[in-house]
Design a protein around this ligand. Structure first.
Ligand code: UT7
Length: 338
C-alpha cells in the first residue's frame, strides 16, 4: 500500500524539571566569585539558577522532564527517543539509550544530538524527520543540560549565566493544519566560529595533539561579547525567515520564545523585529541559561503560568555553540496543565 509522502510532527505533551538546589547571585559572591548582584542583573537579567548536586547527572534531569512530558501527552509509549545535550553523562555511549531504558522504553531507537543551545530546534527537526520517514509515529524529544558540571566556578563570565535543567516534548504524526504542528524549520551552522563556545579538551583532537591538556581546558569557555553579537544577528535573521515561511507577519505572533541566553539579547531581538516586548516569554531571571533545555523549559513554564495558552501563535528561535542557530513556528495546542 502506498503511504502518504508527508506527515507533520505535532506537539502533544510537554514537561520540565530543574534540580532543587537554587543559587542566587549573592550565593555566587559568598562563594568568592568576583562579581556583583547589580552587574549580573543589569548585564544578563539573571537573579538565580538551579544546579545539580554531586552524583546527579544529565540523564537524571532528562528522565524527570521526560516523565512529565509523557504524562502531559497521556501516553507511556513512544517509538524513538532523541536527547539534545551538551553534557552527556559519558563521552561514550550516548545518554539517550540510558534515558529510554529508565523510562521503560526498551529497544526503541535512542540517540543524542549535539547542537549546544540550539538543541531543541535541531531536535524538533530530527523528530519531525523520524515521523515524516515513518521511522516513528511518536517521538520523545528530551533536552537536558547540566552546565554546572562543565563551568569553571572561578570564571565569572560563564559562572553567573549558566544553570542546569531539562525540558521534554512528545510529538506524534499528524497534519500540518493541526494545533501543535511544527511549522517550517530554519536551521543554520557556522563552524568557522567554533572557538567562540567550546570545551577544548576531552575529545579526539586533544588526544592526538601529543600535548597534555591543561586542567582549565576541560572547562566550558565562551567569548561572550563576540558570541552576543552573532546571537543577536543570527536569531533576528532566522526568526524573520521562519515567520515569513509560515506566512505570519510580526503582528500575527502572540508569543516569541527566544533561547534564554541573556535578557539584553531578548530585548535586542524584540527591538530589531519590532515585536512588542510584553509578548516575549522569559524565565531567565529564575533559571539562567540552561543550554539545550532552555526553549522547552521556557515553553513548559510559560504554559504552566498561563502566559502561553492554546491557540497562541508562537515564534521560536535559538542560538548556540557550533555555531548553530535556527527558528520555527507553531500554534500552541490545548495541553493539560502538569
Ligand atoms: O547560550 C549560547 C549563546 N550565548 C550567548 O548568547 C551569551 C552572549 N554573551 C553574553 O551574554 C555577554 O557577553 C556576557 C554576559 C557573557 C558578558 O557580558 P558583556 O556585557 O558582554 O561583558 P564583557 O565580556 O564585554 O565584559 C565587560 C566587562 C569586563 O571588564 P573590563 O575589561 O571592561 O574591565 C569584564 O571583565 O565586564 C567584566 N565582567 C564582569 N564584571 C562583573 C565580565 N563578567 C563579569 C561579572 N561580574 N560576572
Amino acid at each position: 500500500m502506498r503511504r502518504p509522502s508527508h506527515r507533520n510532527a505535532v506537539l502533544i505533551g510537554i514537561g520540565a524539571y530543574v534540580p532543587p538546589t537554587r543559587i542566587s547571585n549573592a550565593d555566587l559572591i559568598a562563594g568568592g566569585l568576583d562579581t556583583s548582584d547589580e552587574w549580573i542583573r543589569a548585564r544578563t537579567g539573571i537573579a538565580t539558577r538551579h544546579i545539580v548536586q554531586p552524583g546527579v547527572a544529565t540523564s537524571d534531569l532528562a528522565v524527570e522532564a521526560a516523565w512529565r512530558a509523557l504524562e502531559s501527552a497521556g501516553t507511556g509509549e513512544v517509538d524513538a527517543v532523541v536527547l539534545a545535550t551538551t553534557t552527556p553523562d559519558r563521552p561514550c555511549p550516548a545518554t539517550a539509550p540510558d534515558v529510554a531504558a529508565r523510562l521503560g522504553l526498551h529497544e526503541v531507537p535512542a540517540f543524542d544530538i549535539a547542537a549546544v543551545c540550539s538543541g531543541f530546534l535541531y531536535g524538533l527537526a530530527t523528530a519531525a524527520g523520524l515521523i515524516a520517514s515513518h521511522a516513528a509515529d511518536r517521538v520523545l524529544l528530551v533536552t537536558a543540560d547540566a552546565f554546572s558540571t562543565l563551568i569553571n566556578p572561578a570564571d565569572r563570565s560563564t559562572a553567573v549565566i549558566f544553570g542546569d535543567g531539562a525540558g521534554a516534548v512528545v510529538l506524534r504524526a499528524g497534519h500540518v493544519d493541526e494545533p501543535g504542528a511544527i511549522g517550517p524549520m530554519v536551521l543554520h551552522s557556522d563552524g568557522a566560529h567554533s572557538d567562540l563556545i567550546e570545551v577544548p579538551a576531552g575529545g579526539a583532537r586533544q588526544r592526538v595533539s601529543g600535548t597534555e591538556p591543561r586542567a582549565e581546558d576541560f572547562f566550558f569557555r565562551m567569548q561572550g561579547r563576540e558570541t552576543y553579537r552573532h546571537a543577536v544577528t543570527r536569531m533576528t535573521e532566522a526568526s524573520a525567515q521562519a515567520a515569513r515561511l509560515a506566512g505570519w507577519s510580526m503582528t500575527d505572533i502572540d508569543r516569541f520564545a527566544v533561547h534564554q541566553a541573556n535578557a539584553r539579547i531578548l530585548n535586542s531581538l524584540a527591538t530589531r523585529l519590532e515585536f512588542p516586548p510584553d509578548r516575549c516569554l522569559s524565565n531567565i531571571e529564575h533559571v539562567g541559561n540552561t543550554g539545550a533545555a532552555s526553549l522547552a523549559l521556557l515553553l513548559a513554564q510559560s504554559a504552566d503560568s498561563g502566559l502561553l495558552t492554546a491557540g497562541h501563535k508562537v515564534l521560536l528561535t535559538a542560538f548556540g555553540g557550533g555555531l548553530t542557530w535556527g527558528a520555527t513556528t507553531l500554534i500552541w495546542p490545548d495541553l493539560p496543565a502538569h
